[in-house]
Design a protein around this ligand. Structure first.
Ligand code: CTP
Length: 408
C-alpha cells in the first residue's frame, strides 16, 4: 500500500540497463504510484520517451530549459518535478551521472532536478566493474551516501561487455522493494527495531533426514516487509523459506529450533518488538545419528524426541541487561477450538497479541497466499479479519503493533 498515490520521479540514464527501467516504471505504476520520468540525452539513445509515456500515461521529460503545465500554470519543469516528488529514483545510474550528482552539476534536466529536490534519493548503479570499483566512483558513492542517498545494487552478473563482474543494475523488483523501504522510513515504526521469526524449522534425524512442517514462511516475510515499510529496522531470523526475502531486511538464516533460539537471543538487545511467525518444531530427535541411518532388516524404527526451547515464551520472560521487547506477538496455528487455544497460548506465553488462524480452512494458512485470522489482544480486544492476502494481514498486524507502541 505504501506506493499508493506516491509521486515517484524516475531518472533514467544512458546504459543498456535503461530497458529494465521500463519494467521498473511499469511495476511502480501497478503499485499505485504516479511516475514522472526524466530521460538523459544518452538514455534516449537506448530507450524512447514513448516507451515510458505508454507505461506511465504521463509526459516524459528530457529538456532542462522546458516549461511544464501544472493546472492553469506554466512552471519550469525541473522545479515542478522536484517539488512534487515523494522519492527520486535514478535507475540505471551511470558512473557519469553518479559523478554529476556527487558534484551537484546542473547541466541537464536530471542534474538540475536533483539539486532542487528535497525528496529522498535512491540510486541503482549500472556500469562495468572497473568503473564501479574505480576510486573516483567509490568516492562519489561515499559522498552521496553521507548526504543520505540510498543505494540498491549493483549486483554481480553478466555485464554489457559480456564479462562477469559487479556492476549489473539491481533487478526492478529489488529496486521497487528498496523504494518501499525508503518511503517508509518516517512511518509509525521509525527508529524501532523489530525481530521476526519465520519458516519451519528443520530438526535433523541423521545427516540426510530432517523432521519439519508445512510452513512456507510467507506470512513471516510479509510481516518483515510490512514492518520495514512502516520504518522499522527489521531482522528476520528464518528457517528455510519458500519465498525470497526482499531488500531492506537484515536476515539471519538458521535451520533448527535451537539455532533459531540462539540467533534470536543474539540480536534481542534494544529490540522493541518481537513477532514469532516461525513454525518452530516443539520436539527434536534426542540423538541425531552421526551417520545415515540404514534400514537393514529393521521393520520398525522408534525415534525418541525431546522438547525444543519455546523461543517466544523465553523472550517474553526475558529479564536481562535490557528488559523484554515492549511488544511480543505470537501466532497460533490451530485445527480446532481456535479462540480457546489461542487465548490459552497468549496467556501462558505472556504475549501482548496473538494472531489466531485456523489452518484447516481452504485457501488460508500453510503455503497459501491468503490468510483469515483473528487478532486477539491481551486486554480482551478481538478483531476478526476477512480472508486477505498475507501482505494485507501483515499490514494490519504491524498497524496494531504501532498502536501498542504508541500507548506504552
Ligand atoms: N513458538 C516458539 N517456539 C516454540 C514453539 C512455538 O517461538 N518452540 C512460537 C511460534 O512462532 C508461534 C507461537 O509460539 O508464534 C505458537 O506456536 P504453536 O506451535 O502454534 O504453539 P505451541 O505453543 O507450540 O503449542 P501446540 O503445539 O501445543 O499447539
Amino acid at each position: 500500500m505504501i506506493l499508493q498515490g506516491k509521486r515517484i520521479l524516475l531518472g533514467v540514464t544512458g546504459g543498456i540497463a535503461a530497458y529494465k527501467a521500463a519494467d521498473l516504471a511499469s511495476k511502480l505504476v501497478q503499485a499505485g504510484a504516479q511516475v514522472d520520468v526524466i530521460l538523459t540525452a544518452a538514455a534516449t539513445a537506448f530507450v524512447t520517451p514513448l516507451t515510458f509515456e505508454s507505461l506511465t500515461h504521463r509526459a516524459v521529460h528530457t529538456d532542462v530549459l522546458a516549461m511544464a503545465t501544472v493546472g492553469e500554470k506554466r512552471e519550469i519543469a525541473h522545479i515542478m518535478l522536484a517539488k512534487a516528488a515523494d522519492l527520486f529514483v535514478v535507475a540505471p545510474v551511470t558512473a557519469q551521472t553518479l559523478a554529476k550528482l556527487a558534484l551537484g552539476l546542473a547541466d541537464d534536466l536530471l542534474g538540475a532536478t536533483a539539486l532542487s529536490c528535497p525528496a529522498p534519493l535512491l540510486l541503482a548503479p549500472a556500469m562495468e566493474s572497473h568503473m564501479w570499483e574505480h576510486p573516483a566512483t567509490q568516492e562519489h558513492v561515499r559522498i552521496l551516501r553521507d548526504r543520505g542517498a540510498t543505494f540498491v545494487g549493483p549486483a554481480m552478473g553478466r555485464l554489457a561487455s559480456g564479462a562477469l563482474g559487479v556492476g549489473r543494475m539491481a533487478e526492478p523488483l529489488d529496486i521497487l522493494e528498496m523504494a518501499r523501504a525508503v518511503l517508509g522510513r518516517s512511518g509509525p515504526l521509525a527508529r524501532r527495531r523489530v525481530v521476526i521469526t519465520a519458516g519451519g524449522t528443520l530438526e535433523p534425524l541423521d545427516p540426510v533426514r530432517v523432521l519439519t512442517n508445512r510452513s512456507s514462511g510467507k506470512m513471516g516475510v510479509a510481516l518483515a516487509q510490512a514492518a520495514r515499510d512502516a520504518g522499522a529496522a527489521v531482522i528476520l531470523v528464518h528457517a528455510p523459506l519458500a519465498v525470497p526475502v526482499p531488500q531492506g531486511i537484515e536476515v539471519i538464516a538458521v535451520r533448527s529450533a535451537v539455532e533459531m533460539h540462539d540467533a534470536v537471543f543474539s540480536v534481542l538487545g534494544n529490540t522493541d518488538v518481537l513477532i514469532g511467525a516461525a513454525a518452530v518444531a516443539d520436539f527434536r530427535p534426542a540423538d541425531a545419528a552421526v551417520q545415515k541411518i540404514k534400514k537393514g532388516e529393521t521393520q520398525e524404527l522408534l525415534v525418541r524426541l525431546v522438547r525444543n526451547p519455546d523461543i517466544l515464551a523465553e523472550v517474553s520472560a526475558y529479564r536481562q541487561e535490557r528488559d523484554r521487547p515492549r511488544v511480543v506477538v505470537g501466532f497460533a496455528a490451530e485445527t480446532e477450538d481456535l479462540l480457546k487455544n489461542a487465548q490459552a497460548k497468549m496467556a501462558t506465553k505472556h504475549l501482548d497479541m496473538i494472531v489466531a488462524n485456523d489452518v484447516t480452512q481452504v485457501g488460508s494458512g500453510f503455503g497459501a497466499d491468503d490468510n483469515r485470522v483473528i487478532l486477539l489482544h491481551k486486554d480482551g480486544k478481538q478483531e476478526m479479519l476477512p480472508l486477505l492476502p498475507k501482505m494485507e494481514v501483515a499490514e494490519r498486524v504491524v498497524a496494531q503493533v504501532g498502536e501498542m507502541l504508541g500507548k506504552i
